[in-house]
Ligand binder design. Structure first.
Ligand SMILES: C[S@@+](CC[C@H](N)C(=O)[O-])C[C@H]1O[C@@H](n2cnc3c(N)ncnc32)[C@H](O)[C@@H]1O
Length: 275
């Protein structure tokens, strides 16, 4: 396997394909990033270099190989209880309020859009199990979606490495809700059973979704252009129930993009509600 500098043509091809399929805006100047992400895929598929792999994708027009290329260029960084504060706000303010508001229906829909390998959704599931035993008899749906089939299959499996469980997961929760299986930790069925993980590309037509009460759309808008962010926020607000809350990543905001949202600050956390 030779490591050669990517040709400008190869870089343009990758940037265009990734933008068209995912809306992710790659910086052509970061060719080392493209090289690093695609090299393992090139190897797996028997190509002698990343340039040749890209050329192969170009010529062969194989949907499976194209999908793998796009997925390899996504950033799947995540962790349990990432940024802490949103989960504190959920425990101290949002879920107690939701319990009152939805008491009649006894139903709650929570969505982790761009869920990556599932730590965000499983964090919410454990939080509910720990602090809201009254919800045991409710219809609580925890839905995780992502563009990448690779991360979704990992999320569904609910198996995490030692490094992954060391990031953000308090030891008592690890011991209570996971079982050790050799080098990995398997999340227990009691947590996994009311979660589901489905493919949803935020820039394509969405499958039917229920009205959502709590939406996590964190650390994904940062990769998109302002127009794409606007369009996704428009679609998100259409499926939010009255009083629903939206969490964005620490570097993201609706401000300057969508005036229908108001910014709320609770427990050092920021979330958004429809005005
Ligand atoms: C950095 S991770 C964020 C994970 C989690 N939300 C968090 O904050 O920890 C971004 C995720 O967005 C997904 N993604 C990127 N573009 C997407 C798109 N167009 N539609 C759906 N998911 C997308 C990636 O596959 C990746 O798993």
């Amino acid at each position: 396997m030779t490591i050669a500098t990517l040709t400008p043509d190869a870089i343009t091809f990758v940037c265009t394909m990734v933008r068209e399929r995912s809306a992710i805006e790659l910086e052509a100047s970061k060719s080392y990033l493209i090289e690093a992400r695609l090299l393992p895929l090139a190897k797996q598929n028997g190509f002698a270099s990343t340039n040749e792999f890209i050329q192969g994708v170009r010529v062969k027009r194989q949907p499976e190989l194209e999908r793998k290329l796009v997925e390899a260029m996504t950033t799947n960084e995540t962790s349990f209880y990432r940024d802490t504060h949103p989960f504190t706000a959920l425990r101290t303010t949002i879920l107690p309020e939701m319990c009152q508001l939805r008491e009649a229906k006894k139903a709650l829909n929570i969505w982790s859009a761009a869920c990556s390998t599932g730590q965000e959704l499983y964090s919410v599931a454990m939080l509910i199990r720990e602090h809201f035993s009254n919800l045991n008899t409710w219809n609580v749906h925890l839905v995780g979606t992502d563009l990448s089939e690779e991360v979704l299959s990992r999320a569904r499996a609910g198996k995490f490495s030692q490094i992954e469980v060391n990031r953000g997961l308090p030891a008592p929760l690890l011991l209570k809700y996971f079982e050790r299986e050799g080098m990995t930790w398997q999340i227990k069925p009691e947590i996994r059973s009311n979660t589901s993980f489905t493919k949803l590309n935020l820039i394509e037509r969405w499958p039917p979704l229920p009205r959502m009460d709590i939406v996590f759309l964190r650390n994904v808008l940062i990769y998109f252009s302002p127009d794409t962010k606007r369009e996704i926020l428009r679609k998100v607000r259409q499926i939010m129930s009255p009083h629903a809350v939206l969490f964005l990543g620490a570097a993201e905001t609706t401000i300057g993009l969508d005036t229908s949202f108001e910014r709320v600050e609770v427990s050092q956390s920021v979330f958004y509600r429809l005005k």
